[in-house]
Ligand binder design. Structure first.
Ligand code: KG4
Ligand code: ZN
Length: 336
C-alpha cells in the first residue's frame, strides 16, 4: 500500500457538480460540470440542480480520476461538502461519497463549504500566514472570517440579507442582463463611470446588508424610465459602474474596519465575486495603502470547486478527523 494520501473530493452544494483528486495536498485534477438549465429562470432552481447533479456526478468523478491517473483502489479517503447549500444538491454528493467510501472500505471526510473557500488559499503559493482575515464573497455568502489555523476559524461579520454576488445578480436582472449578472456588470462597468450614487446601508459591527441597494436601484430606474424609456440602454455602462462601485466600496470599507480592529495585516479574498476586476484592483490598492499582504486564489479555486474541498479534507485527514455514514447534510452554518 502506498504511503501517499490520495483524496477524492466531491462538491455539490449549489449548481456546479465538481470532483477533484489531491495527492498529499497537491491537486492532480479538478473537474466541474456547470449547469445551464437555470439560465432561462434567472436563478438556480433547486429541483433542477438536484437532478442535474444526479446526471453529472458519475461522469465528473470518472473524469477527475482519469485526469489524475488514479484508480479507485488508490484512494485513501473520500471527501464531500456536507453544507451549507441546497439540501437536494448536497444529498446527491453526500450519498455518492458515502456509497463509494463504504464500497472501498476507506474513511469518509465531511467538509464545510465556507471553510473550504477559505482553505482554497493553501492550494497554491503564496499562502497567507496565520492569523489572517478572509473576505469570502460569493452568490450565496458574504463573510469576514478570522482564520487562526486551518481548523480554527471565527466569523467576525456577515451579510444580514443578500450576499454580494446576489446583489450583483439582482441589480443585473433589473438592468436586463442575464443570470448570473456579475460578469456582465464587470464587463459593462469597464466602459462606464460611477456617476449615479446609491445609498449605502449603515450596518453595525462587521456585518453587511445589500437588500437596500436592490430597492434603491429599482426605484431609481422606475423614476428615470418613466420620463425616458431608453434610460437603461443609454446609460448601461455608467449604471453598471455605479452598482459595482457601490458594492465594492461597502465590501472594502468593512474589510478595512476588520483589519484595523484586529491589527491583522494578512488579508485574503475568496469566493466567486473575487473574480470582479474592480474588487481585485481596489483590494490590492487598499492593501498597499494599509500595509497588508494580500492574497487572491487563482480563479478556478475562487468559484465553487472540489479542489478546495479536497484541500480542507487533507488537513482533516492529517488530524484523523473522519465522519460516519450518518453525517447528514445541513443547509446553513459555518461549523458542523
Ligand atoms: O462562488 P460562486 O461561484 O458560487 C457560489 O458559491 O455562490 O459565486 C457565484 C457568484 C455569482 O453571484 C456571480 O454573479 C458572481 O459570483 N460573479 C461575479 C463575477 N464573476 C462571478 N460578480 C462580479 N463580478 C464578476 N466578475
Ligand atoms: Zn461557494
Amino acid at each position: 500500500m502506498s504511503e501517499k494520501v490520495t483524496i477524492l473530493a466531491i462538491e455539490s452544494s449549489c449548481d456546479d457538480t465538481s470532483a477533484a483528486v489531491l495527492r498529499d495536498g497537491v491537486v492532480l485534477s479538478n473537474c466541474t460540470a456547470n449547469q445551464e438549465a437555470h439560465r432561462q429562470y434567472g436563478g438556480v432552481v433547486p429541483e433542477l440542480a438536484s437532478r442535474a447533479h444526479q446526471a453529472n456526478i458519475i461522469p465528473v468523478v470518472e473524469q477527475a480520476l482519469r485526469q489524475a491517473g488514479v484508480g479507485k483502489e488508490d484512494l485513501s479517503a473520500v471527501a464531500f461538502t456536507r453544507g451549507p447549500g441546497l439540501m437536494g444538491s448536497l444529498l446527491v454528493g453526500t450519498s455518492f461519497a458515502k456509497a463509494l467510501a463504504l464500497s472501498l472500505d476507506i474513511p469518509l471526510i465531511e467538509v464545510n463549504h465556507m471553510q473550504a473557500h477559505v482553505l482554497a488559499h493553501f492550494i497554491e503559493d503564496p499562502k497567507p500566514a496565520f492569523p489572517f482575515i478572509c473576505l469570502t464573497v460569493s452568490g450565496g455568502h458574504t463573510q469576514i472570517v478570522l482564520v487562526r489555523a486551518t481548523h480554527d476559524m471565527e466569523v467576525l461579520g456577515q451579510t444580514l440579507d443578500d450576499a454580494a454576488g446576489e446583489a450583483f445578480d439582482k441589480a443585473g436582472k433589473l438592468l436586463g442582463l442575464g443570470y448570473p449578472a456579475g460578469p456582465a456588470i464587470d464587463r459593462w462597468a469597464q466602459q462606464g463611470q460611477p456617476r449615479f450614487a446609491f445609498p449605502e446601508a449603515q450596518v453595525p459591527g462587521l456585518n453587511f446588508s445589500f437588500s437596500g441597494l436592490k430597492t434603491a436601484i429599482l426605484y431609481f430606474l422606475r423614476e428615470q424610465t418613466a420620463s425616458n424609456p431608453h434610460f437603461i440602454e443609454k446609460n448601461l455602462a455608467d449604471l453598471c459602474a455605479s452598482v459595482q462601485s457601490a458594492i465594492v466600496s461597502t465590501l472594502l470599507k468593512t474589510l478595512r474596519r476588520a483589519a484595523r480592529r484586529t491589527g491583522i495585516r494578512e488579508i485574503a479574498l475568496a469566493g466567486g465575486v473575487s473574480a470582479n476586476s474592480e474588487l481585485r484592483h481596489r483590494f490590492e490598492d487598499l492593501g498597499r495603502q494599509e500595509g497588508w499582504n494580500t492574497y487572491i486564489p487563482a480563479f478556478e479555486y475562487c468559484t465553487d470547486n472540489a479542489a478546495m474541498i479536497g484541500m480542507a479534507a487533507y488537513f482533516k485527514y492529517l488530524r484523523g478527523e473522519f465522519c460516519g455514514q450518518d453525517a447528514a447534510p445541513y443547509a446553513r452554518g459555518f461549523l458542523p
